[in-house]
Design a binder for this molecule. Structure first.
Ligand code: AMP
Length: 216
C-alpha cells in the first residue's frame, strides 16, 4: 500500500516522510532523492534530468515512471510513503492505472503550508549533499556550520532553492501539482494536514492521521 505525501516545495514532505519511515516502519520512496542520486552519479537519466531540475521544472513523465517502477519494486504488502510523486494528474493516473494491483494508494495526505512560510523555509533551507539531511539556517542549523550532523557530509544550498528557482517551483506546483489534490478528493482518498509549526508538531498531526499504522 502507498501513502502519497503531497504538498508544495518546502512543505516538509521529505522530513516528515523520513520520520514516518523511522518511527512508523514505512519505506520512504522519494523521486527527488532518486533523481539527485542520478545527477550525482552522472547517469544518462541524471544528465537529462539535471536541466529540468536546475530550472525548477518537472522532469518528463516517462523518466519518472521508470524511476518509480525501479524504486517501488515488486514486493507486495509493503507500506510505502511516497514523497514527490505524483506531481501532475497524468502521473496520478499512471500510479493508479499501472500499480494498483500490487501497490494501491490508500491515502493522499496534503501537507498544507502558506506561500509566505514556504518561501521562508526554502530560502533558508540547506541540504547535505551526501545523505540528503535537511537543515534551516535559523530554525535548525547543523551544529558545525556547513557540516552534516548525521554523516559529516557538506551542507549546501540546493541549486533549485535559490530565490529565482523557488518562485518557478511554486508556480509549477500551483499549475501542475495542485490539480492532483482534486484527483484524490474525487476518489475519497484525500486528507489535509496542517503543515505549519515545528517538525514534531506536524509529525504528531500526521501520526494522528495514520494512528493504526503508527502505533496510535
Ligand atoms: P523534490 O526534492 O521533490 O523537490 O524534487 C526536486 C526536483 O526533482 C523537482 O523540482 C523536479 O525537477 C524533479 N522531480 C521530483 N519528482 C518529480 C516528479 N514526480 N515529476 C517530475 N519531476 C520531479
Amino acid at each position: 500500500m502507498i501513502i502519497v505525501l503531497t504538498g508544495a516545495p518546502g512543505a516538509g514532505k521529505g522530513t516528515q516522510a523520513e520520520l514516518l519511515a523511522e518511527k512508523c516502519h514505512y519505506r520512504k520512496v522519494s523521486t527527488g532523492d532518486s533523481l539527485r542520486k542520478h545527477v550525482k552519479e552522472k547517469t544518462k537519466i541524471g544528465q537529462d534530468a539535471a536541466v529540468y531540475m536546475d530550472a525548477g521544472n518537472l522532469v518528463p513523465d516517462d523518466v519518472l515512471f521508470e524511476i518509480l517502477l525501479h524504486e517501488i519494486g515488486t514486493k507486495k504488502d509493503e507500506k510505502i510513503i511516497l514523497d514527490g510523486y505524483p506531481r501532475n494528474v497524468d502521473q496520478a493516473k499512471t500510479l493508479s492505472d499501472k500499480l494498483a494491483g500490487t501497490h494501491a494508494v490508500v491515502r493522499a495526505i496534503h501537507l498544507d503550508v502558506n506561500k509566505d512560510q514556504l518561501t521562508k523555509r526554502l530560502s533558508g533551507r540547506r541540504t547535505c549533499q551526501d545523505c540528503g539531511a535537511s537543515y534551516h539556517i535559523e530554525a535548525n542549523p547543523p551544529s558545525s556550520e556547513g557540516v552534516c550532523d548525521r554523516c559529516g557530509g557538506q551542507v549546501i544550498r540546493r541549486s533549485d532553492d535559490s530565490p529565482d528557482k523557488v518562485a518557478n517551483r511554486l508556480d509549477v506546483y500551483e499549475n501542475k501539482t495542485k490539480p492532483v489534490l482534486d484527483f484524490y478528493k474525487d476518489r475519497g482518498l484525500f486528507v489535509k494536514v496542517d503543515g505549519a509549526g515545528s517538525t514534531q508538531e506536524v509529525f504528531n498531526r500526521l501520526k494522528n492521521e495514520l494512528a493504526a499504522a503508527c502505533g496510535g
